[in-house]
Design a protein around this ligand. Structure first.
Ligand SMILES: Cc1cc2nc3c(=O)[nH]c(=O)nc-3n(C[C@H](O)[C@H](O)[C@H](O)COP(=O)(O)O)c2cc1C
Length: 171
């Protein structure tokens, strides 16, 4: 998919089908996260695939909407390790890279805020100085959307976002 079309047509998707995500595609998603830039190239992240039933259960219990985790084909926790001073920003770059790469293959995704970070950290065996930032849920959508059916300008116009005149200014 063309980059601008991918960016303008992507929305957070929460209804996933049972179709598994091929291993090669999972590798591509993780690699997109790995490739993100970061302050002083510290790469202050770890991406944890949440696969076992126990870990899935813990993640479902730690986010705000458990069904996004239980219904997902792929769940990745983005964990910040304490190096650098722009950790949240860096991890956000990695997360968006992963979600856009998934969307390029028609795979939906959604960030899940973490309501209970301590219990998730325990379940994922995260060291005490590291912090789970967000849990990403992925899956093929139950109702697929076709990015190509609209021009990027139209996807942009339809997005529920504040207008550019409000979010950008010149000085
Ligand atoms: C840090 C972060 C945490 C989020 N947590 C949740 C969440 O817990 N549950 C959820 O359904 N969506 C969550 N979202 C998704 C936002 O609600 C979403 O980005 C916003 O609604 C825009 O959606 P759209 O791209 O579909 O328009 C989160 C997004 C971010 C950036």
């Amino acid at each position: 998919m063309e980059t601008r079309l991918a960016i303008t047509s992507r929305r957070d998707g929460r209804r996933y089908s049972d179709e598994p995500i091929p291993a090669e595609m999972i590798g591509r998603i993780l690699d997109a996260g790995r490739l993100a830039g970061s302050a002083r190239n510290h790469q202050p992240w770890e991406f944890i695939l949440i696969e076992s039933e126990a870990a899935r259960g813990a993640a479902a219990g730690a986010v705000y909407r458990s069904e996004l985790i239980t219904g997902a084909a792929l769940v990745i926790a983005v964990v910040a390790h304490p190096s650098g001073n722009l950790i949240d920003f860096d991890a956000g770059r990695a997360a968006q890279n992963m979600m856009l790469t998934a969307w390029d293959a028609g795979i939906d995704s959604c960030p899940n805020g973490i309501a209970a970070p301590e219990s998730l950290a325990r379940a994922l065996n995260i060291p005490p100085d590291a912090k789970p930032l967000v849990v990403l849920s992925f899956g093929f959508p139950t109702t697929p959307r076709t990015p190509e059916k609209r021009a990027p300008e139209e996807w942009s116009r339809r997005a529920r976002r504040r207008p550019l005149s409000e979010v950008a200014r010149r000085v």
